[in-house]
Design a protein around this ligand. Sequence first.
Ligand code: GLV
Length: 337
Amino acid sequence: MAKPKVYVTRIIPDPGLSIVKENFDVEIHDSMDYPPSREEILEKVKDKDAILCLLTDKIDEKVMDAAPNLKVISTMSVGYDHIDIEAATKRGIYVTNTPGVLTDAVAELTIGLLLAVTRRIVEADQLIRKGEWNKPWSPLFMTGPELKGKTLGIIGLGGIGTAVARKVKGFGMKVIYYSRHRKEDLEKELGIKYVDLEALLKESDFVSLHTALTKDTYHMIGEKELKMMKNTAYLINTARGAVVDTEALIKALKEGWIAGAALDVFEQEPLPPKHPITKLENVVLAPHIGSATIEARTKMAEMSAKNLLYIFQGKMPLSLVNKEVLNIRPLEKIKML
Ligand code: GLV
């Protein structure tokens, strides 16, 4: 039997790439650093049974319509806001993602950003490099708030939000959370408290976002919400840029509604070099590197490859986003390996 045809939109790390090459008839966009153009995607998917993509590739109805044989979209990411899930499900296309394997990497970066923005680590580094460390040790030089005893408000208590809660317990922080689903077992285990969004914004010294981007969470943090936060509070975003209304955030940071922010994700990525947020001093910026540990990226690539492989072997993938698809195109009908 002919092997299923797969379009891989980037050179991904091994063993992921080798798994795909060994088992499929593969066409790869030959770059690790740059995604294919929209035109290239539309052209390459025409005869493919599957796509292995990244979060930089928009996979919408137009792409699906261009690919009449498409059965699987495997994304090497936990987020899947770049894929039209409803359109995929309607067409019997399986969508898989890579949760779990990047949880600790993102949680670690979140804590790194929290420390960077409160202890002014980036600012301190720049001060020395600019030759501005021109006075001896002094009592209030470069001071910022301590984490111990402060309240961290987590929005979205999925895997990553939970990992952050677990890790900050070691810092002696109090954790409150707001999530679509209340998790009473975790409340007991971690000593954390469920509150509504308004209470979370009002009570937290730090607010950390860990929710997926959906039509319900788009601009969930806007002017009204930022105004509810303490003027000494910090906002950390390692989720998706569009969960926050960027213009409102810039206003909040300029006018002192909040003390600062640390952002790994943006509404527009890459962030244009002259973007107004780059001019603000009370912000730490990172270029979407939440999952950028060697371990996480290697496992994400492997998991995205195995998701594809399992489906074409007629088995359940490691993580299926649209479970309803099982009723539309049962796994035994997709088995080609
Ligand atoms: C990263 O942002 C991911 O969704 O995996």
